[in-house]
Design a protein around this ligand. Sequence first.
Ligand code: HEM
Length: 466
Amino acid sequence: MVCINLSVSTPPKLSRKLTLCSLGQPSSGPGVVRQIRYGDTNGGLVVLSDTQTIEVLAHFARERIPERSVHAKAAGAFGEFEVLEDISDLTDADFLTGIGKKTKLLTRISTVGGEKGSSDTVRDVRGWATKFYTQEGIQDFVFNDLPVFFIRDPIKFPSMNRSHKRHPQTNVPDNSMFWDFHKNNPEGIHALMHLFGPRGIPASLRNINGFGVHTYTLNKSDGSYVYVKWHFKPDDGIKTMDSKTAVRLAGEEPDYHVKDLFNAINRGDYPTWSVCIQVMKPEEVNSAPIDIFDCTYTWPYEKYPLRRIGRLTLNKNPDNYFQDIEQACFSPSNMVPGIGPSADPVLQARMFSYPDAQRYRVGPNYFQLPPNRPINKVYAPYVRDGPGTMNGNYGSDPDYIFSQLRPVAQSKKARKLWEIMCREGDGKEQFLHNIMPTLVDVPDRLRKEVLGKLIYLARFLSGILC
Ligand code: HEM
């Protein structure tokens, strides 16, 4: 006769910490499965009412997020940036001005082609991503350790990366694909020379450069701006690894670089980098020896010398890799006032691509997660709801723009320009005068609407005109 009785497969173990179910109820034990026992054997039927077992198994099946399509394998750490030279002559960016000012940051350093579990000591570009938690919002720098890129047309990016990854049939990285791509896209020769030179395999992530690669801008609210190239230079110098050692370590110690950075920070040996810029004035662009919007070129150092403006230090390991590094979302589109993009088409495309990837990879509310959250107070009630909302969701505030019920303050930058125009004698009148002729031949209704808006704008900007 089969004896059926309800029991548990293993007795609950005593634990120093009280174990709870993920929904907070007391657990009879994390190793317990409720089942209808088959006689005195270990066998039995697991019951559907054992919701804890179901939750544990169901969550396990969902605990991965898609790995990054590129730059999947990485190390990461927190740190700080300190201003060493004031560059308020070039930018309004608050975190870059005021000698001694410190800003918290998060850095992720990656290989590009390999998957999340791939070996560290391969010949590949190293990616460098730093997130600055500034008082004016998030500033991200998403750089590489090579000063130039392989392509100058962004549409080629997926093709280039596929040629570096696994063959569609064999599922093995394939040198024929690699060279087939590069032979037919010769603009990458400069980057290839770097990749196959001594710097193609670093000895340690603590001894690599971070290059902005693209031209960026620094700007001020008075309308002035300069073009810049960013350089992070390791204070301990560049250190590289020979191919033979790298091949051995790729097999014996696949996480060699990740461990090296973690252990160095753990023992208080904090790596530092000098943060430098090259600067070019807009009027110098036409006579520059290179096309500054083509990321396959560097700027000659003799003509545009490095200016050291700060120090970057990595001094704290993440408490939890998945939360702080895997879910970190860096994007070249995240810029604070005073820093801007340039007309480099690859940079322009990247500004779309990263948040797009992150909405898919992490979810549409990725910016609410701990590593991505700005430290300043955010008020963006038009971006709300969605999976994982955890920022209070703006309570009862209107969820549509231009509400009279709760008008919101806007950036003071437009007001500053208006004030300058007001100071320039008849600047304000000139402004309106210049607009009027453009309204002569537009439909009546549109003209009235535009005039209404202008009056509203002028009142808003100057608090009933200056
Ligand atoms: C058209 C050109 C490019 C496109 C479309 C592109 C796209 C992407 C995408 C989709 C990711 C994954 C983002 C994520 O899932 O969070 C990524 C990661 C990354 N890219 Fe690019 N990329 C381009 C060029 C570059 C260049 C020129 C650099 C360096 C100057 C660069 C540096 C990086 C780095 C460092 C990461 C890893 C960021 C992290 O640590 O999370 N990429 N890229």
